[in-house]
Design a protein around this ligand. Sequence first.
Ligand SMILES: [Fe+2]
Ligand SMILES: [Fe+2]
Length: 145
Amino acid sequence: MLSWDTELHGLGIADMDATHEEFAHLATEVARAGDDDFPLLFAMLLDHTRRHFENESRLMRECHFPATGEHEAEHWRILADLTHMQRAIDEGRLGLARLYARQGLPDWFRNHLATMDSALAARLKRQAMPSPAAGRPYRPSARVP
Ligand SMILES: [Fe+2]
Ligand SMILES: [Fe+2]
């Protein structure tokens, strides 16, 4: 289970943190769902995860993140797992997806947050800081008398 704690899980980039908090809440709902609600909630989680990863790909492009390839490969691996499980759910087989929602996915998320997403957030924060030259206060040129 994932219980969101901003102090513990927040990375300091507002839209990443908001998405991760939504992910944690949704993943917890999926893990706790009964058989009737599980398929719809799992489909919502898959859709949310796709958008989550698309947004991080955009951020990585914008800041020229050096480990984009590794980070996106990790996202694709998880999306492939979730898509595979969605197919099984669609065929009425919930067992593997239930196990994954309870254990595998929360474990993956904690680890991914602490490594790849933290590295991306650190890069975004560094880029947001003005360089020493750019940080000099603006001074209009001296007026010609
Ligand atoms: Fe993320
Ligand atoms: Fe990520």
